[in-house]
Write a protein that binds this ligand. Structure first.
Ligand SMILES: [Zn+2]
Length: 535
């Protein structure tokens, strides 16, 4: 018998955590950061205490009480005593890996807490993105996916607290097992990349205990990895062969992006396996249609071509397709696309795996915006980046003095640069990102509107408040393509794969599937927190 237990992604978008057990073996399907539940208790200056290790996330129900899967350096001797009478408490010693669908934190973030003897299975691109995100960002202790700071008892000077204080301990990398390529498959440029030490080192060079990448074939399960189209490169769905038949896990997907063909191939291949169960995302079940990425291109091109001054393009972090859409528009309108250092770092990383990604050094329309940094010694990754691309660096002054020459890739969180840029009144703020539920950080639209009014920027595609709801004006729609398939597309996937059992996940309306798949021969089972579904 195969058992599936859902600990996250139930009646919520993101936070997927699924336990699959089969004949003494077990796997986790994603282990995401539960943004919705996190926000119920925490905000910017009220966070789980890193010094308390597992105690806060376990107590607040952000992590399931599964003894044996979490990092031992975060456990105190008495920790589990407090959770053994929790109805969800279990001891689990047989988890052989985590199948990661993509590098969005609502799927990957809580890998941070997992024992590093549990390897992460992913595509090569996903592994590299997790590293690029950490190298170039300030990841909190509960979002350290690729490598983490082991906690150490180190309380000098008479401190009597029981909390963990991170000492001078080297960072520990997790074991990643790559499912879509082996070292031998890699192209010449990727080999260069390998020897560049990107995987083995953090930007500070020495402080990482690294784990060389392995292949996925060492897994106790027979696995299939199906690349799919989503709003971040490297996304995949998974197939797991169990004693009850194949279990398919969709991750997040769509048919209307640049890699739609991948999703179609996944559906065909998964159907051939005649699966016992399909765990299917349902983010956009309520939407009838999609805006496609090429429509975003057309609509944004029109808006930008007719604008006179500076253009600010606001789109989701790590959405490389959107970045490339705006790069094309920059080429078509004779402008330069100014990207932020963290996007440049990701672009550079991805190019080593995918030669089709443009080379920042060579591309005439790409420049990197250097933020006004107070410190003389910014992060080493940042210094290295600006050294490598010295001739491609622009400052606030460069933008300010030739405003009509630039499309600046800023989001809400970069607006504090505007006093240095002083955009001319009437400059365009193009909002190409409208999935607040899916955002890693929720945007305060009221505050964003205030910034735009203060600098007299003209918003387009930005939600405005109407009867207590934030909505994009009808005539300004079509500037964002969602990372998720719409309702009819999702039903199409369900009917084509035609698993005997369908379990919805990552959805606020999981009942949609039961309603629409009646008499289809597919049994829909709704998951409940911590409840085991035998298949
Ligand atoms: Zn996602």
């Amino acid at each position: 018998m195969t058992a599936l237990t859902f600990y996250g992604g139930i009646n919520e978008i993101g936070g997927n955590k699924v336990l699959l057990e089969d004949g003494g073996r077990a796997l986790l399907l994603d282990f995401g950061f539960p943004y919705k539940r996190h926000k119920l208790f925490y905000e910017e200056y009220l966070k789980p205490r890193s010094g308390a290790g597992l105690l806060d996330p376990l107590t607040m129900g952000l992590l399931p009480p599964l003894e044996g899967i979490y990092r031992e350096d975060l456990e105190t001797a008495a920790l589990w005593r407090g959770f053994r009478d929790n109805p969800l408490y279990r001891r689990l010693d047989n988890v052989g890996g985590i199948l990661l669908s993509h590098a969005h934190l609502d799927h990957s973030g809580h890998i941070s807490f997992l024992r590093n003897t549990i390897p992460v299975y992913s595509t090569a691109i996903t592994a590299f993105i997790t590293k690029a995100i950490q190298d170039s960002g300030k990841s909190d202790f509960d979002q350290q996916v690729c490598y983490f700071n082991p906690a150490a008892f180190d309380c000098p000077g008479g401190w009597k607290q029981t909390a963990f204080i991170s000492g001078n301990v080297a960072k520990q990398q997790r074991q990643f097992c790559i499912a879509d390529m082996t070292r031998d498959d890699l192209s010449a440029s990727a080999m260069q990349f390998w020897s560049s030490g990107f995987w083995e080192k953090t930007p500070r060079q020495k402080e990482l205990v690294s784990c060389p990448l392995l292949s996925h074939t060492n897994c106790a399960f027979n696995l299939r990895c199906f690349p799919v189209d989503h709003s971040i490169p490297g996304a995949c769905a998974w197939g797991i062969e169990t004693n009850s038949g194949w279990v398919i896990y969709s991750g997040d997907l769509r048919f209307h992006g640049k890699r739609a063909g991948l999703t179609r191939r996944f559906v065909d291949e998964a159907a051939k396996l005649k699966p016992r169960a399909l765990i299917l995302e349902g983010t956009n079940v309520g939407r009838e249609t999609n805006v496609a990425e090429h429509e975003v291109y057309e609509n944004a091109l029109r808006a930008i071509a007719s604008s006179k001054g500076l253009v600010i393009a606001d789109f989701p972090a790590r959405d490389m397709d959107r970045l490339l859409t705006f790069l094309q528009i920059a080429r078509d309108t004779g402008k330069k696309l100014a990207i932020l250092p963290k996007d440049a770092y990701l672009l550079k990383t991805m190019r080593l795996l995918d030669p089709a990604i443009p080379d920042i050094a060579e591309d005439k329309n790409l420049v990197i915006y250097q933020e006004t940094v107070a410190s003389k010694y910014p992060g080493l990754w940042l210094r290295n980046l600006f050294q490598e691309y010295e001739s491609k660096t622009v400052l606030a002054n460069d933008i300010s003095s030739s405003q009509d020459q630039f499309i600046l890739c800023f989001s809400f969180f970069d607006l504090n640069e505007l006093p240095s840029i002083r955009p001319k009144p009437g400059s365009l703020y193009l909002f190409s990102s409208s999935e607040p539920h899916d955002e890693e950080q929720e945007i305060d639209f009221r505050r964003l509107h205030r910034w735009l009014r203060h600098f007299e920027l003209k918003p387009v595609g930005l939600p405005v408040e109407k009867d207590g709801e934030w909505q994009i004006p009808d005539e300004e729609r079509g500037l964002h393509a969602s990372g998720h398939a719409c309702g009819p597309d999702l039903l199409d996937i369900a009917r084509k794969i035609k698993a005997e059992i369908l379990i919805p996940v990552h959805s606020e309306q999981p009942g949609f599937y039961a309603e629409h798949l009646e008499n289809s021969g597919i049994r829909v089972i709704l998951p409940a927190p911590g409840k085991t579904i035998q298949i």
